[in-house]
Design a protein around this ligand. Structure first.
Ligand SMILES: Nc1ncnc2c1ncn2[C@@H]1O[C@H](COP(=O)(O)OP(=O)(O)OP(=O)(O)O)[C@@H](O)[C@H]1O
Ligand SMILES: [Mg+2]
Length: 259
């Protein structure tokens, strides 16, 4: 069975997509079989992984519809990208909530679909949208581990209590297996007091063992997608590349997959 890692934070621009794409690449590069599921209709992970969302004629939305309506598993929607597989998204996924809001067990649609494809993978990674709507709920219901990327500013801290309440609710009602693997501070600028203070508060609130080493702010991480590359390819010696390699090592250690 694959281990399912969910990257979620309803606050926009917290580093979910950047973290999930680099984790997919770094795990794939280490020889693990990885499926990255883009569960956001913004389709940024799809774009990052080299596919143009408007060219995705059949992606996650069409696959989920076919699965729910006809019981068909459209494996052909999965594409090879870099050293991992991608289940791409497109604007159409924005219609998921309206289409399935009154469907029985609507929170488990993605989980039931993934059960059909995950056998081929060591890891399934899910990138989620900046909301706590039905898509994010589906991701959390599918997950074994939750990773919360947090941009290090004070406003980011405010939303974390709601994120944790969501985790407890999912644990209580839908998925007792899901556990917090950790919070990863992103866009960290060590020259500022505020960055250090935010990390200190995260450690105080979550416990030191739940806070990953920070991903430093790095312009290379912003630039790399415009060249159709991840930062490991675009700038392999950059801070971003070093920090995401260290992050993935920490992920493997925490879930006991090292060595
Ligand atoms: N460590 C970093 N240093 C500099 N820029 C970064 C870093 N991490 C992410 N970014 C940039 O910040 C922006 C937001 O990152 P990203 O898209 O990963 O966040 P997100 O949480 O997925 O956003 P959304 O909520 O819209 O899905 C992007 O432009 C990205 O390139
Ligand atoms: Mg995103």
């Amino acid at each position: 069975m694959a281990k399912v890692l969910v990257f979620a934070n309803h606050k926009g621009g917290s580093g979910k997509t950047t973290t999930s794409v680099h984790t997919a690449f770094a795990l794939g590069d280490r020889g693990f079989r990885v499926l990255l599921v883009d569960l956001d209709s913004q389709a940024h992970a799809t774009l990052y992984a080299g596919m143009l969302p408007y060219k995705v004629s059949r992606g996650i939305f069409e696959a989920l519809c076919a699965f729910v309506e006809d019981g068909v598993v459209m494996k052909e929607v999965i594409h090879k990208s870099f050293c991992f597989d991608l289940l791409p998204s497109s604007e159409e996924l924005g219609g998921f909530e309206a289409k399935f809001s009154s469907f029985p067990r609507r929170e488990a649609i993605v989980k039931n679909f993934l059960l059909e494809v995950e056998k081929e993978y060591h890891f399934v990674l899910i990138d989620t949208p900046p909301s706590l709507g039905l898509l994010t709920l589906n991701a959390l219901v599918s997950g074994d581990f939750l990773i919360i990327p947090v941009k290090v500013d004070f406003l980011s801290l405010a939303g974390l209590a709601q994120m944790m309440r969501t985790l407890y609710r999912v644990n209580a009602y839908f998925n007792p297996e899901l556990r917090l693997l950790g919070v990863v501070p992103t866009m960290y600028d060590g020259r500022t007091r505020v960055a250090k203070e935010v990390v200190r508060q995260l450690q105080e609130n979550f416990g030191k063992e739940k806070v990953f080493l920070p991903i430093r702010q790095d312009v290379r991480l912003m630039e790399s997608p415009s060249f159709g590359q991840v930062v490991f390819q675009y700038a392999p010696h950059s801070r971003g590349a070093q920090d995401y390699q260290a992050f993935v090592e920490e992920v493997l250690q925490r879930i006991g997959e090292n060595g």
